[in-house]
Design a protein around this ligand. Structure first.
Ligand code: RIB
Length: 297
């Protein structure tokens, strides 16, 4: 059926560091690259590379041409993207020798999404089943309400977390994808089982995927709880691992796969992504994921 993704697009300025810079410290990086990124763009690319039909909705800023080209090259429909003449959103990312990252975000164009833009995009699309979003754009609660009202299945990756998310009515969300830290902030609880229990009690209709780093992920839906482990690999850069997981998970559901298949495919895709540098460029295509899984079955 397809996916509309109201998502951020960032130019990622990525610095390879011996360790993350400490307060008061000045540290040289060993390399610097600009990659296409933004949780929204990464998830659109992941869903499209997984085989879904994806419409990306959002605002591109001045200097963001390479982001549009990358989406287009990956067969993402960019015809709904607006360009009102605002500065491009970007991220400054440190990647440590162990492949971990820390990120500064400048929202720029990603905060130029307006309610009338959201209404126009949703009114012009009836075929897609899923509306996907993350927490890097403006008007997140409005997008959830408007998409729910129009009968779309809303997939919300509540990342990065901030206090505004506590005001959102998550019962309008069909699928909530969060990590353990975000889950703890949303529920005030700690530990995966407790977090899931609270979310399932509060939002019984909402499917929840809780990603747990090296412990894999837990998925709660309709009273069932599924666990998906990770595929161990040597990580060089974990940026966009979660985005790859989300894009593959939604695309797999959109293709009619079972929850078990969707989780396994998403886990395999994110394992491949962490073995490569950069955000969007690290996302594997569907054939790579299938080959990776066949080698491990
Ligand atoms: O999830 C990774 C992404 O977070 C990066 O591409 C960066 O742009 C930030 O949005």
């Amino acid at each position: 059926m397809g996916i509309i993704n109201f998502g951020s697009m960032n130019l990622d300025h990525v610095y390879s560091m011996p360790h993350f810079v400490q307060p008061g410290e000045t540290l040289q990086s060993s390399s610097y690259h600009i990659y296409a990124g933004g949780k929204g763009l990464n998830q659109s690319v992941a869903a499209a590379r997984a085989g879904a039909s994806v419409i990306h909705a959002g605002v591109i800023g001045a200097g963001g041409e390479m982001l549009l080209s990358l989406l287009k090259d990956n067969h993402v429909d960019i015809s709904s993207i607006a360009s009102p003449g605002v500065p491009q959103g970007h991220a400054v990312i440190q990647v440590s020798e162990s492949g971990e990252n820390c990120i500064i975000l400048y929202p720029g164009s990603n905060h130029a999404i307006t309610r009338s833009y959201v209404d126009d995009v949703l009114a012009s699309q009836s075929a897609p089943e899923f509306v996907m979003l993350q927490n890097e754009t403006s008007e997140v609660p409005y997008i959830i309400d408007a998409a729910f009202r129009r009968g779309f299945s809303v997939v919300f990756n509540a990342s990065p977390f901030d206090a505004s998310l506590l005001q959102i009515d998550l019962s309008k969300v069909a699928w909530l994808l969060i990590n353990e830290i975000e889950g703890a902030c949303l529920t005030g609880r700690s530990g995966p089982e407790e977090i899931l229990a609270v979310l399932c009690e509060r939002y019984p209709e909402t499917g929840v995927v809780l990603t747990l780093g090296k412990e894999g992920s837990l998925c709660a839906k309709d009273g069932r709880i599924l666990h998906q482990g990770i595929f161990p690999v040597d990580a060089v850069d974990t940026t966009a691992a979660g985005d790859t997981f989300t894009g593959y998970f939604v695309a797999s559901l959109d293709a009619g796969m079972s929850l078990e298949e969707a989780l396994r495919r998403a886990s395999a895709a994110s394992a491949i992504a962490v073995t490569r540098p950069g955000a969007a460029p690290s996302v594997p295509v569907a054939q790579e994921v299938s080959a990776f899984l066949s080698e491990r079955s």
